[in-house]
Design a protein around this ligand. Sequence first.
Ligand code: 26Y
Length: 813
Amino acid sequence: ITDKNTKHKVNTKEAFRKAFIKKVEEVSGEDFSESTTRHQYEALAELVMEEITAEWAVNNSRLHKMEEKQIYFFSIEFLIGRLLKAYVNNLGWDTMVEETLNELGVDYEALQSEEHDPALGNGGLGRLMACFLDSTAALGFPGHGNGIRYKYGLFEQKIINNEQVEVADIWLKNGYPFEIVKPDKAVVVKYNGDVRVEEVNGKMQFIHENYDPVLAVPYDIPVKGYRNNTVNSLRLWSAKPVEDFDLSTFNQGHFLKAMQRKSEAESISQILYPSDHGFEGKLLRLKQEYFFVCAGLKRIVRRYKKHNHGSMDGFPDKICIHINDTHPALCVPELMRILVDEEGYDWDVAWDMTIKSISFTNHTVLPEALEKWPIDMVQKLLPRVYQIIEEINRRFINDMNWFYPDQVDRNYSMAILKDGQVHMAHLAIIGSHSVNGVAELHSKILREETFRDFYAVFPDRFTSVTNGVTQRRFMMGSNPGLKTLLDDTIGTDWKKPGNMCSLEALLPYAQDAAFCQKLGDIKHANKERLAKYIKETQGIVLNPDSIFDVQVKRIHEYKRQLLNILHVILTYNQLRSNPNADIVPKTYILAGKAAPSYVYAKEVIRLINVVADRVNNDPLVKDKLKVVFVPNFNVSVAEIIYPAAEISEQISTAGKEASGTGNMKFMMNGALTLGTMDGANVEIAEAVGMDNVFTFGLSDTEVYNYNTHGGYRSLEVYESDSRLQEILGQLINGFFGESAGFQMIYDSLLLHNDTYFVLKDFAPYVDIQDIASNVYRDQKQWQKMSTINIAHSGIFSSDRSIEDYEKRVWKVK
Ligand code: 26Y
């Protein structure tokens, strides 16, 4: 299992069995026969950690020598999911563990469920980082995460009376076995105060004084590569007061002040902001952003200097600082501050080093998600960093006016500081050598619309890297049936990191009846598994012979869960007027959280649940139509849902979804995409061919043209479609129960001109749904299409994304 010459203890089944029993008895203080699932989980987690930390130490000392270029992902979110099974699999322990636990009568699934799924991210952006960490380690690159150890992750979602209710996520309540706290590596982060200027030996010195110090304490989580000896790190910072006080020496006044200071400090890493596309501009959030930027850079610089004779020369050749959206954009002025103020470099040299070190990925073009901080807030909280931003801005505008004297207006529109705000995207672009979007279409929109002026000035800076997801978690791990079928059919090489494209060897089997039958059987078993989960958690009984049509993602207007549910209502209306209609039975599964302050999205959740209630309890529709809203969508729930899906709903308004990554997870599990030509759907369609996806709706150009010419008239669409008249009427006429009017949704579609083109795309959506259902009647055809999708899913592995970043951006090799 692992190299016999290392200090690893557990490398045979017999050794594992003994070690496991012993460990269970140690953690429980009881005989093995008395142990609970919790103790068994803790024991296995400890064994895994012992094995990994031994390798980790070897890795770290190799890394400390700084021979290879290191990548650091700075991200305000890392949505890692449960780790125990991933560690077991990556160690190559899976068979050994499964067999042994089975022999001991231990339920491995129940044991895994003891792990609280850490929800340290909102959705796509945070989950992408977790996939990237997995792939970076799998490919053997030294790459590490740097973020925040939130005490409370994303809220737990409950559905009560059809509405979303948020419950605090206390993920640390039973402790977390996969982190190691390193108090000796804590650093101080400074907020507020004044900057005093002093001249020392003819050089200006900027001294930050009277500041409020906060201690940043690192917690490291190992990132184990797939069956190799790479162990990288995810470092999450926790905020603490600088000094814990001695109670006895404090009088009453001081005590309260000290307590207040303590809780102010700790508040920084208290909670993850639960909004994934709406910028709020809260001071605490700005503190968070500087917190992990400052702490992370400090440690990286300290380690670099230690192994480079105290010098920062050559830093950009050995270190890549990759910033995940603009939340860590303060890396730019902070690295400048370190180089200029602390290391004494001239501004121009420092600027060159900074740009060479930093690269930036944008994850959304929605205007409401663009970060713009009030200047006075930044200036007060981060006085020296702000001065540096001012200087970066001044020089940038100067240069621009020098090179483009006739374009003063454009130059000013690109400023970092304007309209009383700090424009974080501008700071990130100006301070990086590489700017990328996350799918081809998205990158094109960045170049041609969102950042058009920057593209004109820095064409070489812009690139594109299409997202990817880790097949090790989202296919091999969550769909073992499929993994085994693929192994048996084309051999096991496709599982090697970076080698997923060899799944194309599957293509001939698309025509193979026996293979297709097996693929269908595996899907059916996965559907039964999901049905069982839903029965147990929600009491709803599903028909596993119906089509499982799934839309799971954050709830947002642009993702158009509303379009989906309007179509469900249409089907329901059709069945009510003709209960014997010859339709293919269908189960609609939706899930996702809404930001707590996003009232409209919460109304959509309520609508879905109200419709589900009505439909599922109507004997008229019997087995033909079911609607389920699965509460609390998170990584663990996702792992049960994707393998069971047959239709993957990816129906965002074209031009709005930067990439999507759920679309890729569905595809590699054999679901067929039903979607708009948006984000990475375009590349999925390209990969499998238009015959093997169901596409519909406006193109991004059509949407753009409507929007630049005053929108479209949703009322006209409504007036010409009697189906819509009936459905929208039902939203407000009490059809779904008196207390359940949906005036807000109704108004958005008809009075406020339907910003996201729901009505415009309704008819084509209904048509493509019908086409998909008809194809499903021909199971051979369906399994053939499914096989072709799996065969072409290799390019959507995050291994491929990481290799692209390596070649286009970091150039590690
Ligand atoms: C500034 C704040 C309100 C904010 C917080 C979170 C802004 C944006 C975000 C998150 C954005 C996000 O998750 N974007 C998603 O990134 C995925 C990974 O690249 C994409 O697949 C997905 O299309 C995109 O919506």
